[in-house]
Design a protein around this ligand. Sequence first.
Ligand code: ARG
Ligand code: ZN
Length: 849
Amino acid sequence: MKDASPQTVYLKDYTPFGYTVEHVDLTFRLSPDATRVISRIRFAPNPAATDRTFFLHGEELNLISARIDGAEVSPEVTDKGLTCEVPDTPFTFEAEVEIAPARNTALEGLYMSNGMYCTQCEAEGFRKITYYPDRPDVMATFDVRIESDLPVLLSNGNPGPRGEGHAEWSDPWPKPAYLFALVAGELEARSDVFTTRSGARVDLNLWVRPGDLHKTEWGIEALKKSMRWDEEVYGREYDLDVFNIVAVDDFNMGAMENKGLNIFNSSAVLASPDTSTDANFERIEAIIAHEYFHNWTGNRITCRDWFQLCLKEGLTVFRDSQFTADMRSAPVKRISDVIALRARQFPEDQGPLSHPVRPESFQEINNFYTATVYEKGAEVIGMLKRLVGDDAYSKALDLYFERHDGEACTIEDWLKVFEDATGRDLAQFKRWYSQSGTPRLSVEERYEGSDYTLTFRQTTPPTPGQAEKAPQVLPIAVGLLNPNGDEVVPTTLLEMTEGEQSFTFPNMPSKPVPSLLRGFSAPVVLDHEASGEDKAFLLAHDTDPYSRWEAGRSLARASLIASILERTEPDAAYLDGLKRLVTDPALDPAFRALMMSLPSQNELAQVLHEKGVTPDPDAIFEAVESLLRAMAERWRDVLPALAEEARVSAPYAPDAEQSGKRALGSAVLGLQTRLDGGAAAKAQFENADNMTLSLSALGALVRADAAEDALAAFETRWSGDRLVMDKWFGIQIMLAPPQVAPDRTRALTEHPAFDWTNPNRFRAVMGSLAGNHAGFHRADGAGYEILGEWLSRLDEKNPQTAARMASAFQTWTRYDDERRAKARATLERLYEKPGLSGDMAEMVGRMLG
Ligand code: ARG
Ligand code: ZN
């Protein structure tokens, strides 16, 4: 039996809380096993509400005493919260509770990480700190007093008086409790100053444990770039005297946008050239921007309830992608986002975990911090911007900030702003928020007289709870090329609203080649049976970088599928076309590296599944391997020159230019290793003077099964650095030959440094197993078993991280009977486990269907 019968919450049941909160005073007497939290909350009846039930959330709290307007009261307490008789006029509620941060292994609420106190309150963690209406539509100003002998004591807002053993903070901006934060510890800061556009001085601090200060420069630079960008592009200024960021080693997610006190997983903020890869630097820059941008899209304007999560997350992801596109290369960013969307969101949207961008029900909200809410949520905003145009988008955003500052909003409010700013009716567009599943778009061409007509058809397969789908608005960006390669129709936006719709281009002197869905203008699967010839033509001539890349991708997909189904040799014409592109010195090396990347094995499994073929993970693995071998053979003559071109002689910088070269170099090294068995990779590993080169060499060696010495050397050198050791654990599983991946995973769980209660370490091991497609899906079920065991174990300590990792099983029904039986047995064993968390029960329950 499950822990407690999980409660399902519905969007349609929303009602406002019966009381408003005018102000909150909190005092913390910190102690690892017995922290006292004393709260003083000023409530008033909410004129907008009818239900006057006074219920305060509270979990795992020991209530010491409670008072209303100074008089002791005895509330009725359950394991979910308390209820109490209250006056029908404004009143002050006070409570003293005791909590034990040192015993908090769920890392939600107030907990400890390496001797430091920190908090994570989103989504519903504040209720583990004190009794409170823990819902985002209750907003209040907070004053906080922290009592502790630790040297650094932080909370939200601006600093107040600081004395021996205590500090005070005051946050003048009304906020929901999920944005509350507290940090206390022995910390050091890199400090800086930012002057806002209107001349206000902001003190910036990035706090870390002693010893990590050399990893803080990049984070502070990224923060300053983000602050400037949000002023220039969105007209948004920062609004407090200080902005603090703290790095924490034990953290369930990437980072958290608490008002004025962002808390980061150290993997999402700490960087140095020795210990971090180019990809790490880029990700850190993006996450710092993301959390900073939340100050306006999330904090100043927040969500009415958790169903509206995409209101802040979709928008903030969209904003951080714009930022990265501006800081680096826009086409490279767009292509990378499409790769990530297909790798993470498509499988979710096409399997048992499919849910709308704005879900309509949930049991555990932590299970809905998903690629659909975040990444598809951002795609929806990208489509809206394309449909209304850039100027109207800016106007709508200005109106959004002006109209809703200080409010807790809904998707309806968001869309209304666009309707008012543009006069457009967005009723149909709204389906993007309510319909789940990935639409499929098919195309037919007709050329008659001089009329060229494209006929599109859209369908969305059924998803859990949604059998019938209505047509969605699809912005389809199209360009047309004539047979000599010139663009005859530049990018044009077709607005599809019907299930089937035709668009005619008159006066076309010859039949053009269409370049469809340019820039990936809608998050759909395009079923376009273009000939290999047309694809090769687009690969050579398309002016839209995304479509050009996609032409190559789809040739690779076709070649791989043919070799899986018909045992054909890799497509030589494709390899030669690609070779011309990859050796073209006029093209950006980063783009060339992306051109060399192949569709993931997981994506190929999905393609086969949709063709009605049961995917065989081993055959897929073999097909990819033989394509890479063929590529290496066929490009043998140009690999040395490419490797030379990818060499960077300037001092290391994690910028777009150098990263692009190293990405190309890494792809080339992968091919070289297939020819030389690892000689070039060994040399690169030995001479590497930065982590990017070191890790790409190590990866190539692991793949070639020639990494034993390098892994040992790497471990010796980096055993003192947690974040680097996460890479060491991860890479040898992720890139292991599939047959050995489960056993290697098991062996590594016995390594003394496998500190599995640390979410980063757990993910490095188990997430990498899940990422090794043929290894995880090994026919004997060993991959499923080991992950199942560890999910069960972690669930007892940290349900949130365990439940997230469980989604590794989301595609289990695609495979053959034997694999399915093994996956099902693992999931059922988990589901039946006594005391299973509600988080895990919801995830496994949905996957079992
Ligand atoms: N709001 C954070 C972000 O996207 C994510 C925090 C999610 N935390 C959680 N426990 N679900 O930046
Ligand atoms: Zn976010």
